[in-house]
Design a protein around this ligand. Structure first.
Ligand code: ADP
Ligand code: ZN
Length: 727
């Protein structure tokens, strides 16, 4: 057998199974025995590929990810390759195509056929349709898809079969691509505004110094147009571009825009595509070196680029760029930087609300900062007003969860024929229910959380593990009646229907968007103004552009700031500024109404002034005082075990040992707010390392202790998951 190449797939025996593996490295023959001395070697059964399916550049990126994020390279591989590519059970998709029988070479020869079909009008008609669709004698004859022919002609397959039996037509199976082709009419890109032109030349200047660029542009400043311009430049130089967005399913508007500008040069790598479709995009990129722009969520960093020129990370602050579970717990923004550096490509980060760490890098000169502070076409940023919920409730000037001033504004906008977005960051009807008599609250049987009441399905659902039961009529312990607590999008929908009975209402949250195209349907209906009020969770905050939205309402902004997390203010600011940015993107100035029990929170003052820089400066002071990023790097160790005692022992042991090594950089054992999920008890330990210290060395020391604790008999079976740079 010939020696397989690095990056090819091979079949190998493992225990009693045969599995597919990837050739990662080749050891020179009979040299250094010390490498293989302790290993049990097995023979490769079969080499599956002549050419690598994974490029050397990908393998070295995988290595970096595994080292930096403390996981195995196998875990990276599982995330990086579409499952079917590795399993080798990818099958090509075929369709039945119809062509003219080869005995006909000239249109004249068909005349007798038509004559013979005089008594069979259906066959005749089908043949006519075929000739029309195939241009059979007009240059190169086209194959006609059987499905298309049947649909077009309205005839049955039986009629077609007869024509095939008569040797007039032939059917064949042809391999077709699953990748949707964006072969639409190409439109010219918009000419750039002066502000956008200046941004482009400043970005070029930053790239010339080999720096990552941060494009800090307010909402609706037209960052997309700047990206399009830069992408075009790369394509013209024959290079490839990776365009990363937080959640691809939420960006149908962006996909449409790019389709019109780049046509066939656009590829979309979609979490909602099937695995088969992903294999095709992967292979297409591997085998062709054409200029391309790939629009993708975070996993796009694993694609095989050979001529990468630019990576754009749009909405770079968004936490969905970080993979939480399972490993590799990577951040696509960091991986993109490493990937681009290796490929001598550039990185552009874009957002209206930079991550604190990113803006810090821009302030300290590590990144090149480019700003666009004006909205496109001279629009003003939205006007933000606050409603004091304490006062409203006290004066009884509330209708359910809507304060009177908000109701008044919504009515005014509706009367004006405008659209409204209402943001409520909880789905379901009520976050929990309790018995009026005995106080009993239904909890998940697998997790330490109360169950969320979903009225539409009459179920109680755990939002952590997915457990769901039919909601009991009355309290199972005492027969008392239920009362619901808190408020989710379903309840808001009911209230809106009651308050504004003539308005057309839609709801967009995880529950209404489970089907493949449901997002798109809701967004399109809203864009066509078939809906007046759109209620939604964070899904409505991201990247949408609607001309007629004049009012955005945030029903309870405080809830976002109450999580015990050093990033909660940052997240709240980003989310509020982003959702506010949906208002007034065309026409008149938009308005935002925020309801809050703490309207004096300084965050709102920054928001009202759209003053990101001032907000950043305050956050930075807090980060420094409380020893958080960007001054410290964090690692969170999550310990899990079904057995509470073992978990407790392992957590104490590990924290004690780490405290010896790291002093106060290591926390005590932390009991997380939800201390049991899917029957696993959970503890965490947090480590912070000064940014100027050796992170690699700290990680090595930490992992030694982790392995030691895992080897202790009384801690046996404890899962310990490191999360580096947690979000
Ligand atoms: P951002 O991503 O900064 O929020 P967008 O790129 O979505 O902003 O642009 C906002 C709106 O302004 C879009 O409808 C876009 O088509 C329009 N726009 C921006 N720049 C231009 C331009 N140079 N010419 C025409 N329309 C533009
Ligand atoms: Zn659960």
């Amino acid at each position: 057998m010939e020696c397989p190449k690095v990056g090819t797939r091979v079949l190998v025996p493992l225990a009693r199974k045969t599995i597919t593996g990837l050739v990662y490295r080749i050891h020179p023959e009979n040299t250094d025995d010390s490498v293989t001395a302790d290993l049990k070697l097995r023979d490769i059964i079969e080499v599956l590929d002549a050419q690598p399916v994974v490029l050397p550049s990908q393998l070295s990126l995988w290595r970096w990810i595994a080292d930096y994020y403390l996981c195995t390279i196998g875990e990276v591989m599982a995330a990086a390759l579409p499952a079917r590519l590795l399993d080798n059970d990818y099958t090509e998709r075929t369709e039945v195509y119809i062509s003219l029988h080869p005995r006909f070479t000239d249109i004249e020869q068909l005349q007798p056929v038509f004559d013979s079909l005089k008594r069979a009008p259906k066959q005749q008609r089908l043949l006519e349709y075929f000739l029309e669709l195939s241009d059979a004698f007009d240059g190169t004859p086209h194959l006609v898809e059987q499905r298309q022919l049947i649909e077009h002609s309205g005839e049955s397959t039986a009629v077609l079969r007869t024509l095939i039996e008569k040797q007039i037509l032939v059917a064949s199976h042809e391999v077709v691509s699953r990748i949707p082709s964006y072969d639409t009419d190409i439109e010219p890109a918009h000419p750039l505004t002066e502000q956008q032109q200046r941004a482009v030349s400043e970005i070029h200047a930053g790239f010339a110094q080999n720096k990552v660029c941060l494009l800090h542009g307010v909402t609706s400043s037209g960052k997309t147009e700047v990206y399009i311009h830069l992408i075009r430049e790369q394509l013209e130089q024959g290079r490839q571009v990776l365009y990363l967005v937080p959640e691809i399913a939420l960006t149908t508007q962006l996909t449409d825009r790019l389709k019109h500008v780049f046509g066939k040069q656009l590829g979309v790598y979609h979490s909602r595509f099937s695995d088969m479709e992903r294999v095709e995009i992967y292979k297409d990129l591997l085998n062709s070196h054409e200029p391309k722009v790939i629009l993708s969520a975070r996993s796009g960093v694993f694609l095989p680029f050979s001529r990468l020129g630019l990576i754009i990370v749009d909405e770079e602050h968004d936490s969905s760029f970080k993979q939480q579970d399972p490993a590799p717990r990577y951040h696509a923004r960091s991986v993109a930087a490493v990937m681009a550096h290796a490929a001598q490509a550039n990185v552009l980060l874009g957002t209206a609300t930079p991550a604190i760490e990113t803006y810090h890098n821009a302030q300290t000169g590590k990144y090149h900062l480019v700003e666009m502070m004006e909205r496109y076409a001279g629009m003003s940023l939205p006007h933000i007003s606050l409603v004091d919920l304490k006062r409203q409730y006290h004066r009884k000037e509330m209708y359910e969860h809507f304060a009177d001033p908000l109701v008044e504004r919504i009515n005014a906008q509706l009367a004006d024929g405008k659209q409204i977005i209402i943001f409520q960051n909880r789905r379901g009807y009520a976050p929990y229910i309790g018995c009026r008599k005995c106080g009993y609250v239904p909890k998940c049987c697998n997790c330490d959380v109360s169950l969320t009441y979903h009225k539409r399905t009459n179920t109680l659902v755990c939002h952590y593990c997915g457990y769901a039961v039919t909601a009991p009529q009355v309290c199972p312990t005492c027969g008392g009646e239920w009362r619901d607590f808190g408020v989710g999008t379903e309840k808001i929908e009911d209230e809106v229907n009651g308050l504004f009975p003539t308005a057309r209402v839609a709801r967009m949250d995880l529950d209404t968007t489970r089907n493949k195209n449901s997002h798109q349907r809701i967004i399109n209906a809203f864009a066509r103004h078939e809906v007046d009020i759109l209620i939604g969770t964070q899904m409505v905050t991201k990247g949408l552009h609607f001309n007629d939205v004049s009012l955005v309402a945030v029903l309870n902004a405080d809830s976002m700031m109450q999580t015990p997390d050093f990033r909660s203010s940052e997240r709240a600011f980003q989310m509020l500024e982003q959702v506010a940015g949906r208002a007034g993107r065309a026409g008149s100035q938009g308005e935002v109404v925020i309801q809050s029990f703490q309207p004096d929170n300084p965050l709102y003052a920054y928001l009202q002034k759209h003053d990101y820089a001032a907000f950043y400066a305050e956050q930075l002071r807090e980060r420094k005082a409380f020893r958080f990023p960007p001054y410290y790097r964090l690692i969170i160790l999550t310990l899990k075990h079904r057995d509470y005692t073992r978990l407790d022992t392992a957590a104490r042991e590990l924290s004690e040992r780490l405290r010896k090594a790291f002093g106060t950089r290591c926390s005590d054992v932390i009991v997380p707010p939800i201390a049991r999920v899917q029957n696993m008890h959970i503890r965490t330990i947090r480590l912070r390392i000064e940014t100027d210290a050796s992170f690699a060395q700290a990680k090595t020391i930490m992992m030694q202790q982790v392995r030691y604790v895992q080897s202790l008999p009384n801690c046996k079976g404890t899962i310990i998951q490191p999360d580096v740079d947690p979000m």
